[in-house]
Write a protein that binds this ligand. Structure first.
Ligand code: VGL
Ligand code: ZN
Length: 242
């Protein structure tokens, strides 16, 4: 049976291609059409107190992702959570580089590193997952960024580009083929995880309204452009059948 999207795209045939693209891309009223199956997993990235309002690296409106994530998580049998999990004095902290301020950059052995306020220090309340997250079926929590000298935005591979967290092997051994990403922050840990998910061969979608970005020095637009180029799909929570 044709769904409304196909019917409208069909009606658009007399219009220019631009109009057809607009109609078929992602209409707000489109019925949810993505049904998570046994080979699908939801990755919930870094929904931790430090990234929520009042936290040391608060992402604007970061708390608004929580109800969205809680709702869609009901549709997933497979859920993995991540936690940014730094040592004190971590190399990504501005305080570890005399004279540097948060959001400035330094060149490290593995490349350019944005410097952050101290955040997500192992075992602290700031590093804890939001108490509002309600995903009891989540089977794995991946912690990352615990190497004092190397950051890890990605849930798969540290910023040295080679040390893995084991997540890809875990997902593959559980026969997961499709990944859906949500959480904080769109332009850092979500984007880097999505790009590595593509490199590891997973079909990968980022759920835009289940994420919020930091957006420093054009990072949010760049992240979406990099993800599009890598074949990451940009979807909305309403696209998912719960
Ligand atoms: C993140 C900056 C520093 C993130 C983590 O979770 O996106 N961003 N550490
Ligand atoms: Zn961090």
């Amino acid at each position: 049976m044709l769904d409304r999207r196909q019917i409208l795209a069909g009606l658009g045939m007399g219009l220019g291609t631009a109009a057809i693209a607009t109609v078929s891309a992602n209409p707000l009223w489109a019925a949810a059409s993505i049904k998570p199956d046994a080979a699908s997993a939801l990755l919930v990235i870094d929904v931790q107190n430090c990234f929520l309002p009042g936290g040391s690296l608060a992402v604007k409106d970061g708390d608004q992702v929580v109800p969205v994530i809680n709702r869609i998580a009901k549709g997933f049998a497979n859920v993995v959570l991540t936690q940014d999990w730094h040592t004190s004095g971590h190399v990504s902290f501005a305080t570890s580089h005399g004279g540097k301020k948060p959001f400035e950059t330094v060149d490290l052995k593995y490349g350019k590193q944005v410097l952050w306020p101290d955040h997500c220090v192992q075992g602290t309340e700031g590093a804890a997952l939001s108490k509002e997250l309600a995903i009891p079926q989540a089977a794995l929590i991946i912690r990352k960024g615990f190497n004092k000298e190397v950051d890890s935005y990605s849930a798969f591979t540290e910023a040295d580009g080679k040390t893995t967290t084991g997540l890809a092997a875990y997902l593959k051994s559980r026969k997961i083929k499709r990944l859906f990403l949500a959480g904080l922050a769109t332009d850092f840990c979500v984007a880097w995880s999505a790009l590595d998910a593509r490199k590891a061969g997973f079909e990968t979608s980022v759920i835009e309204d289940a994420c919020r970005g930091i957006d420093t020095q054009g990072s949010l637009a760049k992240a979406w452009a990099d993800m599009a180029k890598a074949g990451v799909k940009r979807i909305q929570s309403g696209d998912i059948v719960v």
